[in-house]
Design a protein around this ligand. Structure first.
Ligand code: SF4
Ligand code: SF4
Length: 315
């Protein structure tokens, strides 16, 4: 495994970041012990960086995976909270549920514009104070939007940016791949640590996985790439690619051709709550039920978290 400095944050991370959304209730719904085993395998193979979020509802998997692990692991989490009190609760929940003294990286989740970031100012102020107290090492944003990445790139108080970026530009909500690259370059030149999400376009680029990951890794200024994994075979394949090796044909056969999709349960009541959560505009109501446009859906699973009837799941 190769390791990089995450901007000027002082953190040194494996180029492969374990994207943990995939193991939890919004996606594979593995048992705690099965999901923790997948994370643990990644740690054994040199991964030292795990990405999670409050809304992934998967802190218990990470707590189990880290229990007794003797080496340092850098955990990044995120919260949608925009108030000081809400962010304080979010950080406390992350520390408690993962049994961690501090959370290395805490991000404002899914920011869209400079205005969105400004609207989260009280939460950001809380995180900066938490950083002063040693409860957080680095603060920043995650985003699918060029405008937010560009705005965060010039904010001195932002240490880390977690932008959506892939070779096809899939999922960027307000611009092209080139626009996002310009924002990433600006951020890197300003000392921000960059780790990417959705290098495989939420599964749309899965048939070109190796090439897509190499593209992401070759992006100037990128310290790491978060990849969602939910099986030992996926971990071993990605570790091989990120270490400059070829996985065995047997491993490749296990991971190739696995197509994911958003499953919508029959009991959808058509309340429309999930439409607001989808920044990709992939959901619409048709005849009183939600429908997904698979061309637009990046399989992030975020809509699943707001459906009180548990109708949505990435499978
Ligand atoms: S939130 Fe659930 S019930 Fe409401 S429209 Fe979406 S899928 Fe249907
Ligand atoms: S439909 Fe759901 S899974 Fe697909 S992009 Fe929108 S929020 Fe993500």
């Amino acid at each position: 495994m190769f390791y990089n400095s995450l901007g000027t944050s002082g953190l040194r991370v494996s180029r492969l970041c374990f994207g943990s959304l995939t193991i939890g209730p919004l996606q594979a719904g593995l048992s705690i012990s099965a999901g923790a085993s997948v994370i643990r395998r990644a740690l054994e193979l040199g991964v030292n960086f795990i990405d999670t979020a409050q809304c992934y509802d998967n802190y218990a998997y990470i707590r189990h995976a880290l229990k007794g692990w003797p080496h340092r692991v850098i955990v990044a989490s995120k919260s949608y909270d925009y108030t000081r009190e809400g962010m304080a609760r979010s950080l406390e929940e992350a520390r408690r549920e993962m049994d961690l003294e501090l959370i290395d990286i805490f991000l404002l989740h899914q920011q869209e514009t400079a205005l969105t970031i400004a609207g989260h100012r009280p939460a950001l102020e809380y995180l900066l104070e938490a950083k002063e107290k040693g409860l957080v090492r680095a603060v920043g944003i995650s985003t699918h939007a060029v405008a937010a990445a560009r705005a965060a790139a010039v904010m001195p108080e932002i240490d880390v940016i977690h932008p959506l970026y892939n070779q096809a530009g899939l999922g960027i909500i307000d611009g092209s791949r080139e626009d996002m690259l310009a924002a990433i370059t600006l951020a890197h030149n300003n000392g921000k640590g960059i780790y990417l999400m959705k290098a495989l376009g939420g599964g749309h680029l899965a048939t070109k996985a190796r090439q897509s990951l190499q593209f992401a890794l070759a992006t100037p200024g990128v310290a790491a790439v978060a990849v969602g994994m939910q099986s030992l075979a996926e971990v071993e394949t990605n570790v091989a690619w990120f270490s400059g090796r070829e996985p065995s044909p047997e491993l490749l056969a296990q991971v190739e051709g696995k197509k994911r999709r958003l499953h919508i349960g029959d009991d959808c009541q058509g309340c429309g709550n999930c439409l607001d959560r989808c920044s990709q505009g992939a959901l619409q109501l048709v005849d009183g039920r939600v429908r997904v446009n698979e061309e637009l859906c990046i399989l992030c699973g975020y809509c699943a978290g707001v459906c009180q009837d548990f109708c949505l799941k990435v499978i």
